[in-house]
Design a protein around this ligand. Structure first.
Ligand code: PMP
Length: 394
């Protein structure tokens, strides 16, 4: 039977990582996979995570199943982190999921269950997994303009024009902060314009927030999500703890469903439990417990915030260094956008040929669409990258 299977496309980023490992050159720079790396190329376990794991190891006395939607303390702590008091708690249904990806998958399944005709509008470009999961669960994806190739910022007019095509019952997928893969983000006034279109069309926003704390700061990065959630009657939010807690392999995420009133919340909560049950029963607990332990202990929370802030500032510093070096080498401001982008990524905005030339001639590894992981840089490799960008005439 299984001979009928067709080979699936290889993950481009994982293939790129392998090429990087096989490259024998002494100077090479990995800007591929989306994980935070410190100056020595390590992805460390955060101090508060270690301490929370220690506490759990000492105090946890059972590994019996949690609820189908996970440990309630995790949902409460994450709702507080992402939404603060933007929405009344009794309107929010929530379920822990295996990572942000699991939350995305469950959200799409929920959409399809509620409205089999729903289309999901996605930014052009978006995180490729959005597209492949939509395709897999057979939901139509419709792109809206987002990235402006000329300015490397957001094409707001194009975006708003495209979003006006959305119909009631459709979903608009938005990145809460630190857009992946471009690094280009809406400012607060631009978010207001998007909210206006959402209200006028009656479309349901779905906000993917995977990098809270990596952009402008923990509170600022959640501001748009809070504003949208407070403004519309119904909203989906998918949050990942992979990056801001550095617990990638623990698979920790939360799906939140905001409804117009508390009676709908009961129905939504039951549906989320049902969906978890069909797909994996109980969600992973270890990462969720680390997160709730940190967020509910003032000292651990403070330490986590400080370390996260240091991570954020490291990436901001690298952005500025790279933009300055390119300004010096090119004698122009055309790379200033690198310092304006936020989060882990920036789309350089160049052709696949030039991306290949950067790899072949200079040992610089970035994704084919010219997405760079800024955290893959350090003081020594910033000048190497800047020189290579000038050499291949990006
Ligand atoms: N959404 C976006 C936009 C992402 O970039 C990521 C991480 N690459 C995720 C969701 C989910 O990540 P994870 O499943 O590792 O939590």
């Amino acid at each position: 039977m299984f001979e009928t299977l067709k080979p699936q496309p290889v993950d481009k980023i994982l293939a790129l990582m392998q090429m990087y490992r096989d490259d024998p050159r002494p100077v090479k720079v990995d800007l591929g996979v989306g994980v935070y790396k410190d100056a020595s190329g390590l992805t460390p376990v955060m101090r508060a995570v270690k301490a929370a794991e220690h506490w759990i190891w000492e105090n946890q006395d059972t590994k019996v199943y949690t609820g189908l939607t996970g440990h309630p303390a995790f949902a409460d702590a994450m709702i507080d982190l992402v939404l603060a008091d933007a929405v009344a708690r009794d309107k929010i249904a929530a379920a822990a999921t295996p990572g942000g990806t699991g939350a995305v998958r469950q959200a799409f399944e929920l959409i399809r269950m509620a409205n089999p005709e729903a289309r999901v509008f996605v930014s052009d470009p978006t995180w490729p997994n959005h597209l492949s999961i939509l395709d897999y669960v057979r939901i139509e994806a419709v792109s809206y303009r987002y990235f402006d190739e000329a300015s490397r910022g957001v094409d707001l007019d194009g975006m708003l024009e495209d979003l006006k095509q959305v119909q009631k019952g459709d979903v608009v997928l938005l990145h809460g902060c630190c857009h992946n893969p471009t690094g280009a983000n809406l400012n607060p006034v631009e978010w207001d314009a998007v909210i206006e279109v959402l209200l006028a069309t009656g479309a349901i926003p779905m906000i993917d927030i995977a990098y809270q704390g990596f952009g402008e700061g923990l509170e600022q990065d959640a501001a748009a999500t809070r504003k949208v959630a407070a403004a519309v009657p119904e909203c989906l939010i998918v949050a990942s703890c992979s990056k801001n807690f550095g617990i990638y392999r623990e698979r920790t995420g939360l799906l939140m469903v905001i409804s117009a009133d508390a009676s709908a919340q009961t129905l939504n909560q039951g549906t989320l439990a049902f969906l978890n049950r069909q797909n994996f029963s109980f969600p992973p607990d270890h990462g969720a417990r680390i997160v709730s332990t940190i967020l509910t202990d003032p000292a651990l929370r403070q330490d986590w915030q400080e370390e996260l802030e240091a991570v954020r500032n490291t990436m901001l510093g690298l952005r500025r260094q790279l933009a300055d070096e390119l300004q010096r080498l090119s004698g122009s401001d055309r790379f200033a956008f690198l310092a304006q982008h936020r989060g882990m990524f920036s789309r350089l905005g160049t052709s696949p040929d030039k991306v290949e030339a950067l790899r072949v001639e200079h040992g610089i590894y970035m994704v084919g669409d010219s997405r760079m992981n800024i955290a893959g840089l350090n003081d020594e490799t910033v000048p190497v990258l800047a020189k290579a960008i000038i050499d291949v005439e990006v």
